[in-house]
Write a protein that binds this ligand. Sequence first.
Ligand code: BTN
Length: 243
Amino acid sequence: MLPGFSVEVLSEVDSTNTELMRRARAGLTDPVLLVGERQTAGRGRLGRDWKSDTQGDGGTLTFSLGLPLQPQEWSGLSLAVGLSVVQSLHPDLQLKWPNDVWWQGRKLAGILIETASAGDQRYAVIGIGINITPREGDGLRTPPAALQELMPEVDAPTVLQRVAAPLVHAVLAFSSSGFAPLRNAFHARDLLYGQPVVCTDGTRGIAKGVDAGGVLLVHTEAGVLKINSAEVSVRPAPPPFST
Ligand code: BTN
């Protein structure tokens, strides 16, 4: 299915990202696709937990791709990954900068990218969690969406089949060409474009898409601000705004 990659399925793991980062630190940096049927300590961006179904019954697809990578710029990788996922799955799925997949105003999938050193290269660990079957909100601010609401015929293995190979191609294409060639395709899926937003650093304004490096552009009363994904989260905000 994935030339050059080994594919491994663990019935239980703390986190597929944590496991691949552990392996990388131990010098194991071969390309691998690691699926965790059950994660006991899933992690999200900005140090948050990432809760998925804990039964291991396929309610959530959780996996990480690990590979040596040396792009000219890392900025925009999470957008390229999200774009590949939505393009593999359904035209109605949208992207909420920098790395969430949303459907009908609810989060459906999340992406966590981490890196470790691997000799003179970096080893990238690209973790993706996709809700497959509907589940409770678990106290999340935004109740999650599930892919079966939109595509009742899919299950976790078929979703993995659909997304894995295009994802590898997208990551390798990003490594050689960067984010700029994907900018228009991202804008076509951009949930925030033209919307009032509020960032966790207090910035408020109107989201105006991303620049050629995938940095979010927010029009504020003080001008256009560039928002870096490592620092803040962005949420849709109610109007009014005068920018
Ligand atoms: C986020 O929404 O903040 C990112 C969520 C990323 C979740 C996936 S599930 C597979 C991989 N292992 C983890 O612990 N996290 C990622």
